[in-house]
Design a protein around this ligand. Sequence first.
Ligand code: PMV
Length: 327
Amino acid sequence: MPTFTATAPGKIILFGEHAVVYGHPALAVPVTKVCAKAIITGESQAKVPEMRVVAPDIGLDAPLSGLKPGNPAREVIKSVFATLGVTQIPPCTLTVTSTIPIASGLGSGAAISAAIIRALSAFLKHPLPNEQVSALAYEIEKIHHGTPSGIDNTVIAFEKPVYFVKPLPSLNGRGTGGEGPAIQTFSIPQPFTILIGNTGISSLTKETVGDVRQAWQANPKRYQRIFAAVGSIAKAARHAIESGHPARLGPLMDENHYFLQEMGVSSPELDRLVNAARQAGALGAKLSGGGRGGNMIALAEKPQADAVAQAMLKAGAMGIIITQVGE
Ligand code: PMV
C-alpha cells in the first residue's frame, strides 16, 4: 500500500506583526520542535470507495463528501485537485495530526495546509514546489484570518527564516511597502535561544486584525506612526541577526512589545509573562502573533533559559517551548 508522508513546521513572528498587514517588514522563523503531519495511504476500491479524511486530534473521521464547504481540510484538498486538474480521485485515506497548539500564533492552520498539500500532491504524482505550496496555503489562510499578510504560509512552506514585506496593491504612489522583493530569506550566523510561552488563551487573529484596522481607520496618523516605528524595529532586528549580534534583539523586542501594547493587542496575561521573563534575566520579550492571547516570546542567553522558563511558568504560562533559532 503506497504511503506518502509530509510535515510542516510551526512558526513564530519575531518582529513586525500587525504592522506587516500595512506593508511594513516583519521577521518570522520556523519552529521545528512542533509540526503538522499528513499521511496518505492508498487503499483498495472495495475497502474505501472514496477519499477518507481522519484527524484524530479533533475527532474527525469522514468521507471527503461529508465535509461541508468552508471546512479548511476540504478546501485544501479541493484546491490541490483543482491545481492539478484531478477529477477522478483514487481511493485513499488522509490522516492529519499536529503538535502545534491551535489558535496561539504558531501557525497551526498554515502548517496543516502545507502538510496536506505536500502529501496529496506527492500521492497524485505531481509534488508541488514550495512557491505553490505557499500560494495554496495562503488561500486557506483567508478562511482562518480574513486578510492575512501571507507571512505564516511563507515561512512555513519555505521552512526558512523570512523577512517579509506584504505587497500593497494600492499605494497611490506614497505607500510603505515598496521596498525590494516581498519575500527574502536571511541567514543566522549566530544561533540564539527563544522561549515561547503560551498564555493558554485562544485568540482569533481575524478579530485582533479587524480591531487594529478599525482603530487605524479612526486614527490613521497615530497608527501609521506606530506601524512605521515597528517596521524600523524589524529592519534593525534583521541587521542585528545577520551581523551576528542576536543579543541586540532584546531591547528591540521590548520596544516592539511597547508598540503592540499601544495598538491594543496585548493583554494582562501576555504582559505578565513578558514582565516575568524580563525580571528573570531575559534579554527582551514581546507578544508574538495576533495577540490578546496565544504566545509571547523571550530571548535568553542559553544558561538563563531554564530560570526564565520557570519564571514564565510561575507567572501563568500553560506551556513553554525552548527553541534554538538558526540551528
Ligand atoms: O497569529 P498569527 O501568528 O497567525 O499571526 C498574525 C500576524 C498578523 O500580523 C497579526 C496578521 C498577519 O496576517 O500577518
